[in-house]
Design a protein. Structure first.
Length: 115
C-alpha cells in the first residue's frame, strides 16, 4: 500500500470499519464551488465506509481496482473494477471491501443545483 503525502486517514468513516485513505485530487479552489470532493479512496480488506445519506449533493464512485459490496439505499451490490455507482441527493449509500486486495476508487461529490 502506497500512501501519498496529501492523503488523509479516516477511521470508522460514516460509522464504517477500520481506516480508509483519501487522496484529494483537486483543491477547493480548483473545484470553484461546483464540487465538494474529487478524490481517490483506498479501502483495505475488511474496512468500509458506513451507510450515510447525501443531502444537498450527489456522489459517484468509479471503481479502479479490487472488489467490494456497495449498498444502494440498503440494497447490496457487488462492485468490480470498471463499475460506476451513483448516489443522488436524498439517497443513502456505503461500501465495504470484502476482498483480499485494496479496493480503490475515484469519488466525486457534486453540489446539487440551488433551486
Amino acid at each position: 500500500m502506497i500512501i501519498e503525502s496529501n492523503t488523509i486517514t479516516a477511521k470508522n468513516k460514516a460509522g464504517g470499519k477500520n481506516e480508509i485513505y483519501i487522496t484529494h485530487l483537486l483543491t477547493e479552489k480548483e473545484m470553484v464551488g461546483q464540487c465538494k470532493m474529487f478524490a481517490r479512496v483506498l479501502i483495505p480488506p475488511g474496512a468500509s465506509i458506513g451507510e450515510h445519506y447525501h443531502y444537498g449533493d450527489s456522489e459517484t464512485y468509479h471503481i479502479l481496482s479490487g472488489v467490494g459490496t456497495y449498498s444502494d439505499n440498503g440494497d447490496p451490490y457487488e462492485v468490480f473494477a470498471g463499475d460506476t455507482t451513483f448516489c443522488p441527493d436524498g439517497s443513502m449509500h456505503g461500501i465495504e471491501n470484502n476482498g483480499t486486495e485494496d479496493l480503490v476508487f475515484v469519488a466525486l461529490i457534486i453540489a446539487s443545483p440551488k433551486g
